[in-house]
Design a binder for this molecule. Structure first.
Ligand code: ADP
Ligand code: 5GP
Length: 189
């Protein structure tokens, strides 16, 4: 019988590709999958809860934590700072299950440098047109932040070939099964 080993998975891809939706569905199907809560200087959106969606920090507090080496990785993304707290990775590792970091492409490449055993999964939208529909349909962006996210998407898509796995999020159920299959495969090897 093959042994199941907890692994570190990094899920990234352009804003609006459906990372959050996919990861939430995958965790519903596999509740033992851990997820780190990131810190950000972005303002909370309606419904977002501090300590659950993100740790919402002032730019000064974020910088203090960068200087104190409190992040595994951090990056400037779409005009704000985002980072994965070391404490969040520790908390999840203690639970003994695989964990997911849902972070941007710059952060993903930093994690791979530090932890070469991490598995990078790139979530790709079916097309740029669908990406734009999803981002505007989500209703969270101003025209300016929507434009920045779409502009950045082109550069992010160009980095997909540096990932271990690329998953197209067209039909949500199919993509979720694909994500869980990737996780199962790596956990058994
Ligand atoms: P990300 O976390 O990558 O920024 P989200 O998970 O917030 O993206 O998804 C962006 C929008 O697209 C949301 O409104 C979400 O409901 C929708 N969405 C996500 N996946 C799909 C899919 N497979 N088909 C249709 N809509 C989707
Ligand atoms: P949003 O503002 O839509 O919540 O997230 C914007 C982008 O920041 C997304 O691509 C998301 O994956 C990324 N992000 C979220 N948390 C982190 C993090 O801890 N580190 C990095 N590098 N990116 C993050």
């Amino acid at each position: 019988m093959s042994r199941i080993e907890p692994k570190l998975f990094v899920v990234s891809g352009p804003s609006g590709a459906g990372k959050g939706t996919l990861v939430a569905l995958a965790r519903k199907r596999r509740p033992s999958l851990g997820l780190t809560v990131s810190a950000t200087t972005r303002k909370p959106r309606e419904g977002e809860v501090d300590g659950v969606s993100y740790f919402f920090l002032s730019p000064e507090e974020f910088k203090r934590r960068v200087d104190a080496n409190e992040f595994v990785e951090w990056a400037h993304v779409h005009g704000n700072c985002y980072g994965t707290p070391v404490s969040e990775v520790r908390r999840n590792l203690q639970a003994g299950s695989s964990l997911i970091l849902e972070i941007d492409v710059q952060g993903a490449l930093q994690v791979k440098e530090k932890f070469p055993e991490a598995i990078l999964i790139f979530i790709k939208p079916p097309s740029l047109a669908v990406l734009e529909q999803r981002l505007s349909g989500r209703g969270t962006e101003t025209p300016a932040s929507l434009a920045i996210r779409l502009e950045n998407a082109r550069g992010e898509l160009a980095l997909a070939d540096r990932y271990d796995e690329v998953l197209v999020n067209d039909d949500l159920e199919t993509a979720c099964s694909g994500l869980l299959r990737i996780i199962d495969t790596y956990e058994r090897n």
